[in-house]
Structures are given as structure tokens and as C-alpha cells.
Write a protein that binds this ligand. Structure first.
Ligand code: ZN
Ligand code: ZN
Ligand code: FE
Length: 746
């Protein structure tokens, strides 16, 4: 029998052996590059039962996709053995993601009688590091970053005893033979080891210091979330003025004190992936306002390694836990890199000698409409495999530029790599190349073709061109739509409503508020938002007032510059206005855009919520939060003009907003009506086009208020509506769509 799927690193071989023993079968099991191979001998009914259990009752974190088998002559053996791994064969073995510490292991580290009492690297077959320690396949200790740690007699006994929870747990370790902690000062001088290092790191955090912690997939930066000075200092050093930080709390009970939790949210928080979960903040939550300023949500995660469990339980309060990096760079994952890049950021480094094979940031997810929506796919979710239609060439899809992530399609599977961050800085580009190499190594596949965005300046597009293989260009919004289709198992004609900040339009304009009809093979742009000029182009991303000015210029022309009653106009100086006037009139440096993201920015600036921002999406988030305060169901007028493509004209909408502003209507109601109007726009498009199924994708659909309103209004009218779940709606999900589209190309 050959078993494929997620079957390595999840205790599959010990499971097969126990099962064989119970059923009185003889034979053997081994890990190969293809998966798990089993030879079993015994009476027919017992073999049938064996096969059934492999498929239907595998161990907790295994995912069996196929069990192939054939009959062979009996060899008359006795006993059932686990054979050492063989490194031959084709490579379809799949590596499971890293798994949060299981309850048994947590029990052990807090049990003074246990030999792993307070040991920070405790793990077993049900939990612990996986993807973050694998160097090559098949998954076996000599090919992990634990290869340098020889097992002590006690650990070896556990590792070799089929009845033990640590039977063939590759990262098994204990205080005698495993990795150890060390504390370094800001210069990298070792000041303490082991338990002493942990205790001193805790003292530092209590004293308001900033600690860099080497975690599972990289460094995290921690500080006391109750201490306003520590949080302010961290913001200053990290050059991150306003973007929310996540916190880690000791357990679910501690989380309940800070945030509201539904049953689904509690389950997500406690899942083996242990992501940062965005949750509704309770009044009086302990983290200071500076942790997530002006934000009704708080990103919370639970400890996912024994080290985190020890730290959080000892401290007894919430800590800020943010990625160990500078602003948009990828996370640091080795000590020398951390010392170089985090110098001046951390006061202390709590490190250990178990190397990390590849950087894996903390994942971010939330629950929307009763199900999980992953916003950043990294630790705990990567690598992930999605089944697709079989056949076609192997495709390496390189994704976009911001929120870079790659995917490799081969056979009937697409394997998605982890989030690597924005591809501007050299460390991010290195992580990107590493991610590509990983997928090719794990699947044992060299791509036949590459799929890339049409944008000529994306680093990923340039990388694709350098590979010397055929490159298929996939339009940005078509890729978003396809990504959502594949995730939902759709392959035939849909209406794709794809709204984001920017995407390369084949007509030379910046797209971003698109209505596409098509399938994986192709699309027609049936509609888009009315276009407007964006003065300064990309500069508008951090200056929502520029988007507002572009929108208002489209409505009022030059007369806008005397409308000092409007906040975004007032926000510019006389000199700035003169320069902007020239740009808008001539069109130079003012590209035309149909971006929905920039429309959200414009609306936020009109309400004077945040004329200048420090991270993309900040203004739109402000508008979303404002809208949540209002219960109004009403909306503003808008027009649908033209035939093919139709234009969604937001002119009447903005004029009505300005009128409401003049009448002193509450910002929350205006923001809510803005959201409702856009949702009505989707309903109208659906009605006009008569398409039965609609998919929603693009970064704007991270906006829960928008997503919920659109979905509810479409469902109420009996339409089928599909949205993202395990794949992000933002550019982090592009690669999946690119791969699916490129596969259809002949
Ligand atoms: Zn465990
Ligand atoms: Zn040991
Ligand atoms: Fe996008």
C-alpha cells in the first residue's frame, strides 16, 4: 500500500504498526519520498479493516489523500516492523506544518515530577516543530535541524518504543540531550544559560525592557503589554508608529479577560496552527491603548511552544508579541542575522541552539460569517496543499510584490508556500528565493512554466523572467478571482468582484475596482468603478487625502481647490495645492485608477478620519471601524452607466456624502452608508449581469463590515456567493490563482 497526503511527521508509522499488531498482521512500514509504503500480510477481512482504518481513522494531524494498493504473494513473515526511511523514489511526500504544543506535553512541563519539568523544547508525535526544522525529505531526524543532537538513552527508549507517545517523534529532546536556552545582552554577549536565562529574561520584561525571543519560525519581539512606556519605546525602535501589535496571553481563560470569544473563535485560538486571531477588545482590556490604537480589535495568540507556555505562565500578564523585524522586512530567524538587524531594537536576546530551517512568521486569521478567514498564511498553515484538477504542466506561480508568497502546481495538487513579506528589501528577496527552492525540493518538481503578474516592476515578475523558462502573464485581478474559485472548488463561469488597492491593468491604467466575468481560462472585464486621477500615484497609498482630492477633482474640476469646507482640501498648503492642480490638469504623475481601495481612502479622508497614514489600509480600517458603530441599513445613490464595460459611478454617492457632512450627520452613519452603497453595487451588478455565482476577492474583502454586508445582501436575494477562507483575499493569495490560470493555458 502507498499512502499519500500529510502522512510524515504526524506519527503515521507508529499508528500503522499499532493497527497491524491489533489486527494480527505481519509486514513493515516505511517513509519514502512519495509518502508511506506498507506491506501487510494476513487474512483478507483483517487487511480490509486495515485499509479502512488507514483511510478513515488516521492519527490526529494526518491527512490521507490516496491509498493505493495491490495484492502480492504472501512471504510468510511474522511481526510488523518500522523500516528506516529510504531517500529514493519520486518526491511527493508532504511535510506537515508546525504544530502547537499538545496538552500532554504542557502537562509534563508543569509537572515537577516529570523529567521534562520546565524543559522549553518538549514535544511529541502530536506536537512540535515540523516545517521550521525540516532540511530535506524524507522527514527523519538526520534531515532536520536536530541532527546535531544525539539522543540520550531515555529519549532513545521513548523514540524506539511503539507504545510511547514519542515513538519516532523526530524532534524529541530532553534537558539531558536537547537544545538549551541562553540569554544574550544587546551586544550578543552570553549572560546566562538554561533556566537562569529564562528567569532573567522574565525579569527584564517585568522591568519594562524589550526582549527578542527566538521562537519557532523566527524571532519575536516581546514587551509588557500593560506598560505604556515599553510599548511606546518599542514603536519608536521598530519604526512602526500605529500599526497594531498582537499580544500573547497564557491561556483561553486569560484571553477571555481581554476579548470576546465565540465558540468558533475559541477553537481557532486553540487550534494546532495557533495563529494570531483578531478579536473584539473588551472594555478595560489590560493591553494599553498604544498596542492597537483606535482599534476595536485586538490580535491575540496563545503560547504555541513550551518556551512560550513557561514565559507566559511565569509572567502572568499579556505581552506584546510582534515579528522580529524592522517595519516591512521579513522575520529574522538566525542569531547572527537577529543581532545585526535587531541591534538597537532589543535590550536582550533569549536564544537557543536549535537552528530554524526557514523563516515562518506568525499567521493571522479571524472568524467571519462563522468560518475562518486566514489573512496571513505562515507558521502553522504552511506548507498547505490544495487539490486541483489533475493534468497539465507543472507551474511555479510567483505571486505579487506586496505580501509575497509562491505556489507550485503539479499533478493534482498546488502546494502553497509561506508568507514572505513585501519584496522590497534584500532579506525578503532571499526568503522568496528560499521559498521557491523549498517547494521545488519538497515536491521534487522542476516547473515547466512560470506564472507571474503582468506588472513589469514587481520583483517576482523580474525573477520569473530570469529563470529562463516560459512565463505566462496573469492579470492581477483575474488571479485574485481564480484564487477564490479554486479555494471554493469552482471551475466554470462566475462573476468575480475583485476590489483591492492596485493591480496592473492591460489598458495602462491602475485597476482595483473590477467586475470580471469568466473562468480559469479567461475573463471579460464587464465593469469597473468610475476612474479618477491619483495625484502622485503610489504616494497616495500613505496619503488618503490625495485619493480624496483625485475623487473631488473628478467631480468639481478646478473649483475643488477653493472648497476649504472639505477636510482633504483643507489638509494641503497653498503651495501643495498649486502643484497638485498642475498634476491633475496635465495628468503627469497622476495615473488614472479604478481602485476600490483608494475610494475607501478617499471616503475616510473626507470624514477626516486619517488624512495621513503610516501603513497601507489604515484609512480603510478607520472607515470600517467607524461604520461598525452605526446600525443603519440605508445607502447612498450611485449610477451604473455604459454597456461593456459598465461603469459603477460613485459621483452621486460622494455628492450625497458631502451633503450629509454639511448637515452634521454622524461620521459613523456616513461610513456605514458608504459600505452599504458598495454592497448594493455588487447586488446591482449581479442583477444586471444575471450571473448565478459571484466570487469576492481582493484586499478590500479583508474588511469584515464590507464582506458581511455584501454576502448577506446577496444571499437574501438567493444568489450563490463565495469568499476566501484558508487562502487570503489579499495579494498573499495571488499565487494560487496564477497557478490555476497558467495551467489552463495551452
Ligand atoms: Zn506533545
Ligand atoms: Zn534526552
Ligand atoms: Fe491585489
Amino acid at each position: 500500500m502507498t499512502v499519500t497526503g500529510v502522512v510524515q511527521g504526524v506519527g503515521f508509522r507508529p499508528f500503522a504498526r499499532r493497527l497491524a499488531d491489533e489486527l494480527g498482521l505481519s509486514g513493515w512500514v516505511e517513509n519514502t519520498l512519495r509518502g508511506v509504503v506498507i506491506e501487510a500480510e494476513g487474512p483478507g477481512p483483517a487487511l480490509d479493516e486495515f485499509l479502512r482504518c488507514l483511510k478513515e481513522a488516521p492519527p490526529p494531524h494526518a491527512e490521507v489523500s490516496v491509498v493505493e494498493w495491490r495484492a502480492i504473494p504472501a512471504s510468510g513473515g511474522s511481526g510488523f516492523e518500522i523500516r528506516p526511511s529510504t531517500p529514493e523514489g519520486d518526491r511527493l511526500g508532504r511535510i506537515p506544518p508546525d504544530l502547537a504544543t499538545c496538552p500532554e506535553c504542557v502537562g509534563e512541563i508543569f509537572d515537577p515530577a516529570n523529567r521534562r519539568f520546565r524543559y522549553p523544547f518538549t514535544n511529541c508525535t502530536h506536537c512540535g516543530p515540523r516545517f521550521s526544522i525540516v532540511e530535506s525529505l524524507p522527514y527523519d531526524r538526520p534531515r532536520t535541524t536536530l541532527k546535531g543532537f544525539a539522543l540520550c538513552p531515555d529519549c532513545r527508549r521513548e523514540y524506539e518504543d511503539p507504545s510511547d507517545r514519542r515513538y519516532h517523534a523526530q524532534p524529541v529532546a530532553c534537558p539531558v540531550c536537547g537544545p538549551r536556552l541562553a540569554l544574550w545582552d544587546a551586544k550578543g554577549e552570553k549572560t546566562a544559560e538554561g533556566e537562569d536565562a529564562l528567569r532573567r529574561a522574565e525579569e527584564a520584561v517585568r522591568a519594562g525592557k524589550i526582549l527578542a525571543l527566538k521562537g519557532l519560525g523566527g524571532f519575536q519581539i516581546l514587551c509588557d503589554a500593560r506598560n505604556p512606556d515599553a510599548v511606546a519605546e518599542l514603536r519608536l525602535r521598530k519604526r512602526r508608529p500605529a500599526k497594531p501589535f498582537a499580544v500573547m496571553v497564557a491561556d483561553t481563560a486569560a484571553a477571555y479577560k481581554e476579548v470576546r470569544l465565540s465558540a468558533e473563535e475559541r477553537e481557532l485560538l486553540n487550534s494546532p496552527a495557533a495563529p494570531i486571531v483578531l478579536l473584539g477588545k473588551r472594555p478595560g482590556a489590560t493591553p494599553v491603548e498604544g498596542v492597537a490604537p483606535n482599534n476595536p480589535f485586538l490580535g491575540v495568540m496563545l503560547p504555541y511552544t513550551p518556551l512560550h507556555h513557561l514565559l507566559l505562565r511565569d509572567l502572568g500578564f499579556a505581552v506584546v508579541a510582534t515579528s522580529g523585524n524592522l517595519s516591512e522586512e521579513p522575520i529574522c530567524f538566525d542569531e547572527s542575522d537577529a543581532l545585526a538587524r535587531l541591534a538597537g531594537l532589543a535590550d536582550f536576546f533569549l536564544v537557543h541552539d536549535r537552528p530554524i530551517a526557514r523563516p515562518l512568521d506568525d499567521s493571522v486569521a479571524r472568524v467571519v460569517l462563522g468560518r475562518v478567514l486566514v489573512l496571513r498564511r505562515a507558521r502553522g498553515y504552511a506548507p498547505d496543499t490544495i487539490e486541483i484538477e489533475t493534468g497539465g504542466r507543472s507551474v511555479l506561480a510567483v505571486g505579487g510584490h506586496l505580501k509575497g508568497a509562491v505556489a507550485l502546481a503539479s499533478g493534482a495538487a498546488v502546494v502553497l508556500g509561506a508568507h514572505v513579506g513585501d519584496l522590497d528589501a534584500p532579506p525578503a528577496r532571499e526568503a522568496f528565493r528560499r521559498s521557491v527552492a523549498d517547494l521545488e525540493e519538497f515536491l521534487g518538481v522542476r516547473p515547466d512554466v512560470l506564472a507571474a503578474d503582468l506588472h513589469p516592476d514587481y520583483f517576482s515578475t523580474r525573477y520569473a523572467a530570469e529563470r529562463g523558462l516560459p512565463v505566462i502573464g496573469v492579470q492581477h485581478h483575474h488571479a485574485h478571482m481564480a484564487s477564490c474559485m479554486v479555494e471554493n472548488g469552482l471551475s466554470s463561469r462566475v462573476l468575480g468582484v475583485v476590489w483591492d488597492g492596485t493591480g496592473y491593468g492591460p489598458d495602462g491604467t491602475v485597476w482595483g475596482g473590477e467586475f470580471l466575468v469568466g473562468d480559469l481560462k479567461g475573463f471579460e472585464r464587464v465593469g469597473h468603478f468610475r476612474r479618477f486621477r491619483l495625484p502622485g500615484g503610489e504616494a497616495a497609498v500613505k496619503e488618503p487625502r490625495r485619493s480624496a482630492l483625485g475623487v473631488l477633482y473628478e467631480l468639481f474640476g478646478d473649483a475643488v481647490f477653493s472648497r476649504d469646507d472639505l477636510a482633504p482640501v483643507r489638509a494641503f498648503s497653498v503651495d501643495e495645492k498649486a502643484a497638485l492642480k498642475g498634476m491633475l490638469a496635465g495628468g503627469a504623475g497622476s495615473p488614472l485608477t479604478s481602485s476600490a481601495g483608494r475610494l475607501f481612502d478617499a471616503a475616510a479622508a473626507l470624514l477626516n478620519l486619517s488624512p495621513l497614514t503610516t501603513f497601507e489600509g489604515q484609512a480603510a480600517m478607520g472607515l470600517e471601524f467607524e461604520a461598525r458603530k452605526s446600525g443603519t441599513e440605508s445607502s447612498y445613490p450611485f449610477e451604473v452607466t455604459g454597456g461593456a464595460p459598465f461603469q459603477f459611478d460613485w459621483g452621486p454617492l460622494f455628492l450625497a456624502m458631502i451633503e450629509d457632512l454639511g448637515h452634521g450627520v454622524a461620521s459613523s452613519d456616513i461610513a456605514a452608508k458608504f459600505h452599504n452603497s458598495l454592497a448594493e453595487g455588487v447586488v446591482r451588478a449581479q442583477e444586471v449581469l444575471g450571473e448565478k455565482r459571484v466570487v469576492l476577492s481582493g484586499g478590500c474583502f479583508q474588511n469584515v463590515r464590507l464582506l458581511e454586508t455584501v454576502v448577506n445582501r446577496l444571499r437574501r436575494r438567493g444568489f450563490e456567493v463565495y469568499f476566501h477562507g484558508r487562502v487570503p483575499p489579499n495579494d498573499g493569495g495571488l499565487a494560487l490563482g496564477q497557478a490555476a490560470v497558467a495551467r489552463k493555458e495551452k
